[in-house]
Structure formats: C-alpha cells, structure tokens
Design a protein around this ligand. Structure first.
Ligand code: NAD
Length: 258
C-alpha cells in the first residue's frame, strides 16, 4: 500500500470529473477514477499512469451502496487515505413536466440524490475514522439556485445537494471534515451537447436558439463556463482550512449572483 494524499472522483471518466481527476493527479494526489463506464475510467487511469502520475479505476454505480463502499475500500487499500472526494456523477433527462415519466424521476433521484448520499457518507465514515478529516465536494449547478423548464427533477436534486453539503459541514466540523458545492452554469461536456438537440425538439426552437436564448441568456457575457474553471476551483478548495465549509461557489458568468 502506498501512503499518499488521495482523491476519489465519481463520474470521472468524462467531462467535469475527468478534468478534475487529471488536475488532482497533477497536484500529486493518488486519484480514484470512479465511473459506471469502466473502460473509459481505465483508459484515463492508464493515461495518467503513463504520465508518471498515480491513478486507479473502479467500477462504481453511485446509486449502488455495495459498489460505493467497495470503491472506497479500494481507495483505502491502495492509498491508505481518503483526503478529498468529489461527488460529481450525473445525468440529465429532460421532459415537459406534465409528461415527465415517474421512472425517469426515479432514475434521476437514484443517481443524483441516492448517489450524493452514498458517496458522501462513505467519504465521511473514512475521513472521521482516520482522525484526519478531509474535504467532500459536490458538483451542484446554477440549477441549485434557479429553476429551468423541463428540469424539475434536476432542479430538485441540485438544490438538495447544496443542503446536504451544509448539513454535513455542521456535523463534520469537529472531525475536520469540510464540504463544498461547486455550482457551474453550462459547460460544453457530453451531458450538455446531448441536451441541445433534445431541448430544441421539446421547445420547438433551433439549436442555436437553445444555446443563445436558454443556456447563456442569463450570463453577463454569453460565455460558457469550462471544465478548467471547475478544476481550478477544486484545487483552490483542496487547500481551504474550513473558512469556506458549507458554501456553494457559483461559477456562472454572472447568472444567479448572490
Ligand atoms: P458527462 O456526461 O460528461 O459525465 C458524467 C459522467 O458520469 C460520465 O462519465 C458517466 O458515465 C458518469 N455516470 C453517469 N451515471 C453514473 C452513475 N450512476 N454512477 C457513476 N457514474 C455515472 O457530464 P458532466 O457535464 O461532466 O457532468 C458532471 C456533473 O456536473 C453532473 O453532476 C452534472 O449534473 C453537473 N453539471 C454539469 C454542467 C454542464 O453544463 N455540463 C453544469 C452544472 C453541473
């Protein structure tokens, strides 16, 4: 077993999670790339290893309690610590509200709500037991503060993770466990690329109109946030000594300012 600072990131095989996994590895963390897409997670871990960095891949469906606990056990076996955890895995399913299938609502709750609970609880248990504490970071969204058409379950869940972070911040403080919610506006990842044609079809508008009039309309500059913005914020939070615990950080180009 190595003993080095470690970071487990869920949904790390793509988009935001991937950029954050790469950055934390560059920062000297042993990284656990946790994702349901194991081949993509393994590919990233191999790429990082080829660069002389430390990473392992684990299959983890964040809605499955046993898989989550097993992934964290693997982290402890490999690195002997659980210093930073990012609960980031997510999907988006959009429908007009009156047509929203209950099965899709449940799918959204399983990944976003059950997933955030299971991952943060697994992290909390190990951070408390180590006596060293640690940092738990949730990927929220601008949708943690506003409401958007077609996204009722997503809004429900993203508002929820910000509350979960606040509660854990109170309970975890005496053990040195700090929590944060990073809340980006739209970032061009596969999750968003997929939504552009879907929203255009649901709302009967063009794809350009979805980008300009929905995704970027409420920013001050019409600019997408980037995965690098999130990775930079994660590095910044990894050095916080509790001053920011419980807070939600808005990376939104002025959309939903405080
Ligand atoms: P993405 O689709 O690029 O990546 C999501 C990753 O999560 C994928 O690798 C996927 O395999 C994995 N995943 C899906 N279900 C999973 C499960 N049950 N267990 C484990 N892994 C699972 O998406 P992204 O844009 O990088 O999104 C990451 C997070 O950021 C999500 O929580 C999303 O809601 C949030 N977010 C995204 C944006 C954006 O504009 N892209 C903005 C704000 C918040």
């Amino acid at each position: 077993m190595m003993t080095m600072k470690s970071a487990l990131i869920t949904g790390a095989a793509s988009g935001i999670g991937k950029a954050c996994a790469e950055r934390m590895a560059q920062e000297g963390y042993g990284v656990v790339v946790a994702d349901v897409n194991l081949p993509a997670a393994e590919e990233l871990a191999a790429k990082l290893a080829a660069e002389g960095l430390s990473a392992i891949a684990v299959h983890m469906d964040v809605a499955d309690e046993q898989e989550v606990e097993a992934g964290f056990d693997k982290m402890m076996e490999t690195y002997g610590s659980c210093d930073l955890v990012m609960s980031n895995a997510g999907v988006q399913i959009v429908h007009p509200f009156e047509e929203y299938p209950f099965a899709d609502w449940r799918k959204m709750m399983a990944i976003h709500a059950d997933g955030a609970f299971l991952v943060s609880r697994a992290a909390y248990r190990r951070m408390k037991a180590s006596g060293k504490g640690g940092r738990i970071v949730f990927t929220g969204s601008v949708q943690s503060f506003v409401g958007s058409k077609l996204k009722e379950p997503y809004n429900f869940a993203k508002h929820g993770v910000a509350g979960l972070a606040k509660a854990i911040a109170r309970e975890g403080a005496e053990y040195g466990i700090y929590t944060y919610t990073i809340c980006p506006s739209f970032i061009k990842t596969p999750l968003v690329e997929k939504q552009i044609p879907e929203q255009a079809a649901s709302l009967g508008i063009t794809e350009e109109e979805v980008v300009k009039n929905i995704m970027l309309r409420d920013t001050v500059d019409g600019v997408f946030t980037t995965v690098e913005d999130v990775a930079n914020t994660l590095v910044f939070l990894s050095k916080d000594q509790g001053a920011l615990t419980g807070q939600s950080l808005r990376l939104t180009h002025g959309w939903a300012m405080m």
